[in-house]
Design a protein around this ligand. Sequence first.
Ligand code: IMP
Length: 193
Amino acid sequence: MRLCFASNNAHKLDEIRPLLPASLELLSLADIGCHEELPETQDNLEGNARQKAEYVRQHYGMACFADDTGLEVTALGGAPGVYSARYAGPQRLAEDNVAKLLQELAGQPDRSARFRTVVALAGADGTMHEFAGEVAGRITEDQRGTGGFGYDPVFAPTEGDGRTFAEMSGTEKNRISHRARAVAGLVAFLNEA
Ligand code: IMP
C-alpha cells in the first residue's frame, strides 16, 4: 500500500517511518511532486490536519495522512497551541519560538505543558479518520540537547528521566511521544482495514 504523509519536515518523516509497517510505502510531499505550501488556516489541530490531508487527496488523488501538533503550556492558558509554529512570528523559526517561550515563562513556577498531535487520514475512498496522541511534561529553564526539532530542547516528558526530547534518541522519543501515540492509532486502524 502507498500512503502519502503530507509533510516535507525531514524530522517528522524520520520519526514516523519506523512506526509504520514495512509493507507500507511512505511518500513525502516531494515524492508526489507537491511543492506548494499546504493550506493550514483552521483554528484547531483537528481542522488543520484534516485540511492538509484533504488537500493532497483532492489535488493528487491519493490516500494521505497529515499531522498537526501543538505545545500547550498551562501557565500560558494553553498557548501557543495551534499557533506553535508561528509563535514568534511568520518566519516559523524554532530558535525564536523557543526563546520567546523561555522569556514568557521566566520566573514562572508552573512549567507544566503537553504536546498534542492530531493525525488525519484521508482515505482514497473519500473517508476521513482522526487519531490523537499527547504527552505531558514540563518546560525546562534552559535548552538542552541537539536531537529532535522544534521545542524539543525545552520539553522534558513526565514519563522520562528528566532529559528533554532533544537529549533522547529518536527511538526513545518514539516510545512516549505525542506523534508516536497518534501514529499508533493510525497503524492499528490500517491493520484492521
Ligand atoms: P506542525 O505540526 O508542524 O504545525 O508543528 C507546530 C509547531 O510545533 C512547530 O513549531 C514545530 O516545530 C513544533 N513541533 C511539532 N512537533 C514537535 C515535536 O515533536 N517536538 C518539538 N516541537 C514540535
